[in-house]
Design a binder for this molecule. Sequence first.
Ligand code: 2YJ
Length: 269
Amino acid sequence: MTRLREEDICLVGERLSGYDSHLLKITGSGLAGIAAHSLGKTPNDFVSAQRTVSVGVIPVTYGQGIISGFSETVRDIIAFLGFAAFVTREPNLGGLAEAVGGGAKIVFLADDDNFIALNVASGKVSDNGEATGRGYAAALELMAGGLREKKVLIIGAGPVGCGAARYLTAQGAKVLVHDCDESKMEQLKCLIPEIRTGKPGMTLPCCQFIVEATPAENTVTADYITADTCVAAPGIPLGLNRECRERLADRLIHDVLEIGVATMLFTAL
Ligand code: 2YJ
């Protein structure tokens, strides 16, 4: 699992408005629209929650410790979506007490292995991996103008790929999953029998729509990208090199936290 670095996230907060406009241009929806779409809703469904729900982000020191700017970036994304949001002064359990005591209905917290949004009133938990996969799949669907009966290749059968596969299958897409670990593909097929799986090492089949959900670089080569290829790439580091990115131009969806955090928030509400 990739650990975010300070340099990955330091500009996210100040670029939120520009990124939102970019998403609007390439998918027809901004961050809120994509997160809402992943739940079969629209941003209007969250307007009353915007007025009433406060969100606490709790720094966590366990394991490899705090990533400078991580909690503040998560807070900025939530605030950009129109919610009151704050980072607690205390980390860990002290931060949890502080957040709930300060009126937070939802708390966000991440250690080295997990990143969750927890609704402390309802007990609902949204996991970053699942929500990120679902949010990117919804963004790809919006970009494509619908994916019913369309073939979608998901590279990576981890939690992000699983979230994407579950969403896309439910939307009627024909989902093909590739992973270098055959046992992960088998596990995913048990969870979602409708998917098809490839064989490790086999050449990726041609597919117009791709979700790149691996933590590896160079999973897709430039000769694979045609004039109509569309890629949603939640994986960090990005599995596409500069040539791939140039070929895709506005047919690539990629960020480090934004779609995942927006989708986690709307899911936990
Ligand atoms: O509070 C902090 O600053 C740190 N404890 C944040 C740690 C962030 N965690 C990660 O980047 C892990 N790789 C987990 C991410 C889960 C993604 N599905």
